[in-house]
Design a protein around this ligand. Sequence first.
Ligand SMILES: C[C@H](O)[C@H](C)C(=O)SCCNC(=O)CCNC(=O)[C@H](O)C(C)(C)COP(=O)([O-])OP(=O)([O-])OC[C@H]1O[C@@H](n2cnc3c(N)ncnc32)[C@H](O)[C@@H]1OP(=O)([O-])[O-]
Length: 719
Amino acid sequence: MARYELVKRSVALITLTNPPVNALSSAVRHAMAKSMERALNDPKVTAVVICGENGRFCGGADIREFAGPLRGPPLVPLLDAIEAGQKPVVAAIEGVALGGGFELALVCHYRIAHFKARLGLPEVTLGLLPAAGGTQRLPRLIGIPAALEMITTGRHLSAQEALKLGILDQVTEQNTCEVAVEFALRAVGKPLSSRRVSMLTTPCTPDLDALLEAVTMQVKKKARGVMAPLACIQAVRAAATMPYSKGIKRESELMATLFNSGQAQALQYCFFAQRTAGKWTLPNGAQWNNSKPREIRSAAIIGLGTMGRGIVVSLARVGISVIAVESEKKLLETGKQMVIGMLERDAKRRGVSASLNLLKFTLSLQDLKDVDLVIEAVFEDMALKKRVFQELSKVCRPATVLCTNTSGLDVDALAGVTDRPHLVVGMHFFSPAHVMKLLEVVCGPRSSSETIATAMSLGKRMGKVSVAVGNCPGFVGNRMLKPYLDQATFLLEEGATPEQVDKALEDFGFAMGVFRMSDLAGLDVGWRIRKESGLTGPDVDPKNPPRRRQGRRYCPVPDMICEQGRFGQKTGRGWYMYDKPGGTNAKPDPLIQNLLEMYRSRYGIQPRNISDQEIIERCLFALANEGFRILEDGIAARPEDIDVIYLFGYGFPRHRGGPMFYASMVGLERVLQRLEHYHQANPDVPHLEPSPLFKKLVACGSPPVQKWREHIKTMHSHL
Ligand SMILES: C[C@H](O)[C@H](C)C(=O)SCCNC(=O)CCNC(=O)[C@H](O)C(C)(C)COP(=O)([O-])OP(=O)([O-])OC[C@H]1O[C@@H](n2cnc3c(N)ncnc32)[C@H](O)[C@@H]1OP(=O)([O-])[O-]
């Protein structure tokens, strides 16, 4: 869909009309081809301007069309025809020019952009490469190094940066279309040969091989096992070593190696899953687009520990005034200095002024009587949190929304001690809260849809990827983490080492293996939770800790190393040893090796060789199985929500799609068969027993992950 108009009597204005982002669907490509043909053949037309409806130029190819057979006119010849045309074509770029939209602009003879526009080739983030000439034209326009950086990162450029790089001819604050029409009229009659980018010679790059080698190393280090960035480098190499006609063929050859790959499917699934996650629904029919959030102008944070400080920064930097509360003067002063330092560093990084004027620090809850919303971030102790909520309930005006940052305690129990359970909701941030994108919005059974809408929209405003989840111990993320961690420690008992388990998970694509991640988070956190849940404690014989607790298999090794004060990075020793407390460089610790050998011989465990495949299967299949239980329990509404939580909160590799998508890619039948195998070998490990929903999906022929919802909605929801 494209609209054709003649303006200023001789300029053909072609407007892409495919809301919301004017993606180049087959219908749009068809209409563009028709419109261009008409403009090029109409003698009245002296120039052409291409723009997009609704203040957006073009968001690229229609990603939804990738799942099926491609129809309609192919993009490359369509773009080549625009570039080869004998009339000047001007791109009027507003909003975004991304992917195929950016490649469309590259074939126009001139590019005008609005000062707020963003431009880029993000195909690599979808497991692809720019396949409509982008890898051949961009290097010719701006040189290999700059083009390589844009194409291998997929980052969006501001209009100012694009102008500086020579991508744009003009940036305007006026109506971009009108400016483009005037520009087009002035361009009539000027030679076009030098404006056809594909005809340009790629600027020479000294030491090209060294540059490509260096970027390849960088990409391999940063994106372990990810195919697309490496293919992008090969395509850009062609721009430096081949004429356009050959380079464009090389580009499509490389695209063919990516297009149907599992990684591309996983990354495109992540793209849509992230957008789906924000669309929450409640059993009572309330949902994201019919529940009005309250406006939050002022907020308060109770507790200036690690989490509290990060949340204050995340609120203040989006312009919300914040009152920070601590219980003691010393803690308040320390917290204050740290928050101010974090905000100033953050503002410097973003090139803006730090909004220190939005902050107030106090020891008195009385100062919170007029705030719109409060987030409690005190020590993870239910009795303490209940006291805080009782106090807040007395102090805050009746409409104030009360949130808790608990990472797994009962949100409804806190709601129960207030005069406004409908205004209580969990906002579970991830550490460091001003960096991690994930926010679990925990809906208690009495949380009103307006309260949930308020927390979800505040999360979006803070730049978070917010996912609505139900209220149960550990919610979604931490609840699933337990079987994953348990399997990892069971593997140590049976013969593996922390290094081996972590290497298998990092080769799989995790930025950090489970034991290095636990050392970063602090082993004392898990130890305290195990004590509170009665799994360990002073009544356990430290000399002979039982390996069965509460009727199931239990690995006491994590308790044993905590009893030695090994809490991870913060103490310089954990599953690994570090140069000093707070050190981050993990080195294998022979003491852990000794401890495991002594432990196995004490319990008569014959260590065995464990394959990396078994490590991956036991850790990730147990994770996914708990995900199925969570869907059964209605704690998460759909698998996409679980995957988004693991992608943005637990470092699950994006090119694997998330634990649920990964299970569907491996094949549910295979995963079920392997889980049943491991459960048979470990009958005292309940979380290895396949969940009923899992078995049901396999019985229904293992539908693709996007179709699981049909099978889930029959079950009860806790959302
Ligand atoms: C040949 C060529 O070389 C290759 C091969 C390609 O070109 S590959 C394609 C390359 N293009 C991209 O990677 C750009 C992808 N899009 C974005 O980065 C963002 O969307 C945005 C443009 C910056 C707007 O962000 P937003 O926050 O304002 O809104 P939104 O919520 O994200 O998006 C609003 C709605 O539009 C949908 N949408 C966005 N871009 C789309 C696209 N390219 N195709 C299909 N749907 C798209 C999205 O799913 C959502 O739908 P729904 O949820 O409402 O049903």
